[in-house]
Design a protein around this ligand. Structure first.
Ligand code: ADP
Length: 393
């Protein structure tokens, strides 16, 4: 058998340094990680825990290190935990490791709460360690109801906006023939003025009334367009990362099934913006849903990127990029026009609503087609400046 090479003292020193560095790294992770994490040894004794875990269970680290982890559990798991560990170590049968489940946690004061527990396993030399990741579901239940509320707000708003967009398009389409009618009638009236006779007078009167009505219809339409253009947007100072987080949570429901990977690159300098929260969320939901849809049609790589960047001035730019098939040439030129769609069930209103919203916010929306394929939608929003902030405070 090959002899193990025993480390030289210098190697040992290096090893000790490396271990110390690893330990320091672990401690700093545990202090900063936003999740509740608990590391236990194979006897179920607590080795370490994250600051969030201390807070969640109401203990300080020194009170619990070395004690059994069943401290954090409630009946029946509390009594059973030793046997769970023994069973796993002897049979290797996984009941929670890598699977995760909802269990009841127990705080120092004896109160309990629903939590989701996932357990990871770590083997160092011949010893097993287990890492528990805990999510407090009390919050999640709150989030779920908040999400539902948000969803209904955004759906409501999107119907309202779709209606507005339709009204505006119709108004535009109807306005042109109305103007033409008014012009023809004016021409007729001039001709009739030059004709003599009783009937010409009656006709002149009728044509004048018809022209008035055409103008009146035009006025109604103009007012309708103005109303739609004004919309009901109510701009406030909002946190852009929060807007993005909420909107993407909504839009990404079900995205996992399409094997889409999402990444966020949020510029810390792109923080507060002036926005109507629901409307901007709607823009984001539209763009993200379009991106997911196009990627679910095929293609190997399904990568969705949501990024923000502050331009140093008073604008921030938000981008949503996908690795889909790109914009179909037949719609490219009119992408932001209403009723332009390549989808069998599409209304073609999404992007035109996005444009209306962004322009009402004083921003711009456009599309880039990167050379490597896919599509990037970008839009700008006005960053909240000192003056805006002081007005709120
Ligand atoms: P709809 O989704 O109802 O078709 P939209 O206005 O949201 O309406 O989109 C219009 C069209 O733009 C879509 O039908 C599609 O052809 C194209 N499109 C939108 N987003 C993307 C994207 N990320 N990649 C490729 N094409 C897109």
């Amino acid at each position: 058998m090959e002899q193990m090479h025993s480390p030289m003292p210098q190697d040992l020193k290096g090893l000790a340094d490396a271990l110390e560095a690893a330990e320091a790294r672990l401690q700093s992770i545990l202090q900063t990680v936003p999740d509740a994490m608990i590391i236990i040894d194979e006897q179920g004794r607590i080795e370490s825990l994250s600051t969030t875990a201390e807070r969640l269970f109401g203990y300080v680290k020194s009170e619990v290190v070395g004690r059994k982890v069943d401290l954090f559990m409630s009946t029946p798991h509390r009594e059973q935990h030793d046997s769970y560990l023994k069973r796993y170590l002897s049979t290797g049968e996984r009941r929670i490791i890598g699977i995760g489940r909802v269990v009841t946690g127990r705080r120092k004061d004896g109160t309990t709460f629903p939590m989701h527990l996932t357990v990871g396993e770590l083997q160092l030399a011949d010893r097993h360690y287990f890492t528990g990741f805990i999510r407090d579901l009390t919050d999640q239940q709150l989030t779920e109801s908040r999400l539902k509320e948000l969803q209904s707000e955004v759906t409501h708003m999107s119907r309202f906006m779709a209606l507005g967009e339709m009204a505006s398009t119709l108004a535009h389409e109807i306005n042109q023939p109305l103007t033409a009618i008014a012009n023809y009638l004016k021409g007729c009236r001039r001709l009739l003025e030059r004709m003599a006779g009783e009937q010409a007078l009656v006709l002149h009167d009728a044509v004048s009334k018809a022209a008035d009505q055409a103008l009146r219809a035009g006025d109604i339409i103009r007012r309708l367009r103005e109303f739609v253009a004004r919309g009901e947007s109510e701009r406030r100072i909002e946190s852009l990362p929060k807007l993005i987080e909420d909107a993407s949570t909504l839009a990404l429901i079900g995205a996992k099934e399409n094997a889409v990977t999402v990444s966020f690159r949020l510029d810390p300098a792109a923080d507060l913006v002036l926005a109507d929260r629901i409307q901007i969320q709607q823009v984001l939901v539209n763009l993200i849903r379009n991106a997911i849809e196009v990627m679910s049609e095929g293609g190997q790589r399904r990568q969705l990127d949501i990024a923000t960047v502050a331009n140093g001035g008073d604008l921030v730019e938000v981008s949503v990029s996908d690795t889909g098939a790109g914009i179909a040439p037949e719609v490219a030129a009119q992408l932001f026009q209403p009723f332009v769609t390549t989808k069998r069930k599409g209304m073609g209103l999404g992007l035109s609503i996005c444009r209306t919203i962004i322009e009402a916010h004083g921003g711009k929306i456009w599309v880039d087609t990167p050379p490597g394929g896919g599509t990037i939608f970008r839009f700008t929003l006005r960053a909240a400046n000192e003056e805006d902030r002081s007005l709120v405070e």
